[in-house]
Design a protein around this ligand. Sequence first.
Ligand code: C2E
Ligand code: CA
Ligand code: CA
Length: 673
Amino acid sequence: RDTDRSRGLGDVYKRQIYCFIGKNNGKIVLVYWLDLGKVQEIEDMNIVSQMCAIAVMFVIMYFYISQKKIILHTSKAFVEVWIAGLLSLFFDIFSLVAIEKRSGYHLTATNIICKLYLWTVTWVAMVAFWYICVDIFRKKELERKWRKRLWIFGISTDILIMVVPIKIYDSDNIVYTYGPAVIITYAVTVILLALILMLTKKYSQAINPRRRKSMQVWVALMFISAVIQFIDKKILIVSFASVIGVLIIFIMLENPMANIDRDTGFFNLNALFEYMKEAYGQGNDVSIVCIRYGSNENDFFTREMEKSIFYEVVSFINKLPDNYVFRSSANEYLLVFENTDSAEKTIGILERRFDKPWGGDNMTMLFGEIYYLRSTELVRRPSDILGLFQYAKRNRAEFTGRGVMLINNEVIEHIYDENSVENEIIEALRDNRVEVFYQPIYNTKTHKFTSAEALVRIRSREGNIIPPGRFIAVAEKRGLILRLGERVFEIVCRFIVQHDIHAMGIEYIECNLSVVQCAYDHLAQDFIAIMEKYHVDANDIVLEITESASITEKKILLDNMNALRKVGVRFALDDFGTGQSNLSYIVDMPIDIVKFDRGMTNAYFDNGKGKPVMDAAMGMIQKLKLEIVSEGIEEKEQFAKLDELGIDYIQGYYFSKPRNAAEFISFIESNNA
Ligand code: C2E
Ligand code: CA
Ligand code: CA
């Protein structure tokens, strides 16, 4: 018999003939079936496993569709992966059935169905590749360009698969297809899988690490199953493996539950980050309203009341239109709008609602703080957004006090500026670029320079001097002032011992303390340790303090002062005559010197009012036997007048600007001689 003719007779032969001899091209062929029942079994098993896989796919889609989610580009790509996976399963089954039943049809029909299956195999690889690309190419133009390329590539491989021949092997107990069409399919698939692996490696920073992992697992599954299928052609598991891959991706990444806050049903911060990453990539500008609420200080709630109010607020926020709501912390929500007008309308609604009471009894007032980022345009990175709101919350008083706080471009720039100053301070501390300049202080009795004020500077990497006005406030705000102040004090101590200041006629150095340092309960201990380390005599040190408003801070300051005074350190009250000066401070605080601010001395010369104020203050200070330093003296006449008034010390540009250590020494050596 001709074996070609025996093909397609299908079931009849398989079940009845156990062995036969045939002739093919002049050769005798012996075909032998060992166990014909098995053939059917395996084919059935393959179909059953594909059916199971289809069921899994539908379960995934059910959970995917039934849950609330933000539609991102990656989620669209995921749906494409799902569709391709499902089509692949269907056509896998069709082709198995078509091969089996091909006797009844024209062979081309069977071939086309087998080729359609091959198409779907390449599609799965292509959409999987695309799924990774979407994560890497966040930019709209880049995405479009690559999408187009992939389409061209896909269509041309599909045409190629359609035109080249395919062969069906259906003999012994094995059914599979082979030939050029199959080779092209495998080649394309392998290339795409390899590209996926390469991309996950190359862009490991840009890709969400969970996506990277799950894609790598998926590719590994595909390879392993292909190898198994190749070794044992009876087992068709590649499509099944790819479904498991889709399942892994779903669980690890695309499960909408992972982006939902359990308590409120709103989105969580992870979702915000994904959403913003995409908005940035697409160049979409959004408006964000942050609402933070809470009870007023004197109100106490029971747990039940708290809960019921919580749900009341949640359901109120839930009804606000045109936005995505993200929960950023316990009582704080971020509402993201793609449209500025809706954002502003919603702010109005929020404001009006928080003016009214809450709770079952309609008796509870809540405060509602609103922060409004009109546009994310100037925010450089999605990860900066939360920081902006945090900053706004911390500095609310500074900007508006009550009502809506607008985070405008000015605020954003201010924050970025502060960030860069903070970095500058950290790096300066690390790289020893903190310097101290000294400004000579003239003693009107001895007509010599008998002291100096130490003033901090940072030398930038480029070698420029950054004045303290640029960084002291930032250092205080960002918690760096303690380290910075300690560094300054160490430099001053080293200066005192390295240069014999007494021999030059300098009796002590004045060193500034920030209010934060004053309110630090270990300050005295730390400073005493530094003086001991450098063997500095505490009498060589005068610390300048400024008034602080808070009572508790004042208490700690007093403890610090007393501890330091015990070892011999003296204190000066700085900036007397500026906004906050309070005569009672001079009486209360154990100080030795009062420093008149430049503004005060200027007022003395400028108009009538400054004069009596300064006269009165001077009278009182002198009665208390405290010494006075007048700061900011620039003119000869000013100096002459203050000298005549009996001010003890004079400091200002008239004598000298602050100088670095070497210049200060040479100035003193030539002027005190
Ligand atoms: P301050 O303690 O009132 O220091 C006096 C400031 O007035 C210095 O500015 C000094 O250069 C400037 N000055 C002195 N004479 C004249 C003058 O005749 N005319 C004018 N226009 N200005 C004069 P500087 O060095 O820029 O320091 C500014 C502020 O930074 C200081 O004001 C002080 O509050 C703070 N600061 C400086 N060093 C430190 C430090 O080590 N620690 C802390 N916590 N604050 C410091
Ligand atoms: Ca000072
Ligand atoms: Ca001052």
